[in-house]
Design a protein around this ligand. Structure first.
Ligand code: HEM
Length: 486
């Protein structure tokens, strides 16, 4: 009996198409998808799949990629309380951090008793001086190079890693000082290539971990190094509070001290992995459009005039409509995780508009496509159709900061814009991320005229950035000519 049910369900999912269309092999096994993304251009390939098969594309026997804007709120919004994290998140098996904890009660307890406190309004004030300090360090580096072109994507990564190293371990990685990646952060970035494939076959992670005594990996060396740094941080007396201060003071997760230590160490690593590549990617694209369309530099400077050369405070940044609209446009068009993050439907299934998705299906909304809202149209009609019948944004390929304040008619479906997600699994670091972006952009456009270096047109960052779950922006050479007045 059970066998015939199993056979019937395989036939349904395989031959009837289940909920979405896809290449035939994708219906049979996840190996197809793992193979498809091996060249680090997964988001471009996924865009083509949506172009061909529509809004609902099957990427595996029980997995759907969805560009329907209605799905975004249902899966990642405040009301998505029954949505779970799938085995993709077992990447640190058998250890767990706030991000990889799939058990909702365990996750919620950790978030409430450690991380929400670390990102309260008062706590963030302690981090702002560090953000300003590392931004100034980058600016000093630009000054010391004179008018020489700067590979800005690399230097923004140095900034982000130094800041997060400081907030996690009480000391930076000193990349801004040395002009190079720390060996550990380089490994962390390089490991993304493996993760993009392993993330599609999460059961392989468990096998690899069980084989580990025979396969000491370079990443293990990095994690051991992080554990040493976090041990040092535990015994040091930090004068100014950092994120680790709150992890050290957090309520225990267990009566077993070893389990509590595991949480502290994994969450300390999480500060670096969640807070570095994400902001690097968005900042890099912000600089791309500053150079490509200098009107944004002028408009941001005009907005800053009221401060008469003084640095705006975090609270004052919130009122800068053009600046925040500009950041939103970059988050919309260039989200750091372009193929989106997977979720699992609850056992009773999920209703998206008039579509029912069965229970225990992995679903994912790829932000690179949903931010542009047109991947489901055929290639030849793409631009034309987007002009005629956009679903989420009017003029979706243009950077128009005003769409977020004075021209709301350019946003058709506001609920589809959730770059940090909302609710249980959302980004707890959002206010810090926004402050970094606001501070970096305003500092740089106040001090310099930002332009492409001779021979650079920025096409590399658009064409050659690599998709290793996070998008790693390609090199981009910019010049920073000092402005006469700040
Ligand atoms: C522009 C920059 C950023 C963006 C767009 C962003 C976006 C996101 C998103 C979409 C998630 C959900 C991830 C998932 O479900 O797998 C997330 C989670 C998280 N982010 Fe961010 N993030 C950014 C910067 C930061 C920064 C600077 C930090 C600081 C450490 C941070 C800390 C975290 C943490 C700890 C989580 C896990 C939250 C949880 O599972 O409860 N993020 N972020």
């Amino acid at each position: 009996m059970l066998e015939s049910i199993a056979v019937a369900s395989v036939i349904w999912w395989t031959f009837m198409g289940g909920l979405g269309s896809s290449p035939f092999l994708a219906k049979l096994s996840k190996f197809w998808h793992a193979w498809d993304v091996r060249n680090s251009d997964g988001y471009k390939r996924l865009d083509k799949l949506h172009e061909r098969y529509g809004e609902y594309v099957r990427l595996g026997p029980e997995e759907l990629s969805i560009t329907d804007p209605k799905a975004i709120e249902a899966i990642y919004g405040l009301r998505s309380t029954k949505i779970l994290k799938p085995p993709f998140y077992d990447y640190s098996f058998p250890r767990r951090s706030l991000h990889s904890a799939r058990d909702t009660s365990e996750h919620d307890k950790r978030r409430r008793t450690a991380w929400t406190r670390a990102f309260s309004a008062d706590a963030i004030k302690n981090y702002e001086n560090r953000v300003i300090m590392y931004t100034d360090k980058l600016s000093a580096q630009i000054d010391s190079d004179g008018t020489k072109p700067i590979n800005i994507t690399k230097w923004l990564a140095f900034f982000a890693f130094d800041l997060m190293g400081d907030l996690a371990f009480g000391q930076s990685f000193d990349s801004l000082g040395k002009g190079d990646f720390h060996w550990g952060t380089k490994l962390l970035r390089d490991s993304g290539r493996g993760h993009v494939v392993l993330g599609k076959l999460p059961w392989l992670i468990e096998i690899i971990v069980r084989l580990q005594p025979f396969t000491t990996t370079e990443m293990q060396t990095f994690y051991n190094w992080c554990a040493e740094q976090s041990e040092k941080r535990k015994h040091s007396k930090s004068t100014e509070k950092d994120i680790s201060s709150y992890l050290l003071d957090a309520e225990p997760m267990s009566s077993d001290p070893a389990v509590n230590e595991m949480w502290r160490q994994e969450d300390t690593n999480l500060i670096v992995s969640a807070g570095s590549d994400t902001t690097t990617e968005v900042m890099s694209h912000c600089f791309y459009y500053l150079a490509k369309q200098p009107i944004h530099q002028q408009r941001i400077r005009e907005e800053l005039k009221v401060f008469d050369g003084r640095h705006p405070t975090a609270k004052e940044f919130l009122d800068l409509e053009y600046l925040n609209g500009y950041i939103n446009e970059n988050l919309r068009l260039h989200h750091p995780v372009p193929c989106g993050l997977p979720r699992m439907t609850p056992p009773e299934g999920l209703q998206v508009g008039d579509r029912h998705i069965p229970g225990n299906i992995t679903v994912c909304c790829p932000q690179w496509m949903t931010g542009r809202c047109m991947s489901h149209y055929s290639a030849s009609l793409k631009l034309l159709m987007c002009g005629l019948a956009p679903k989420t944004y009017q003029r979706p390929l243009e950077v128009i900061p005003e769409r977020w304040y004075s021209q709301p008619e350019l946003v058709i479906n506001k609920g589809a814009f959730l770059p940090f997600f909302a609710g249980r699994w959302s980004c707890v670091g959002r206010p810090l991320a926004l402050f970094q972006l606001q501070n970096m952009i305003t500092t740089m456009v106040s001090r310099y005229d930002v332009a492409f270096a001779p021979g650079e047109d920025g096409s590399g960052i658009i064409e050659r950035s690599v998709d290793h779950v996070h998008l790693y922006p390609a090199d981009m050479l910019l010049t920073f000519a000092p402005r006469k007045t700040e």
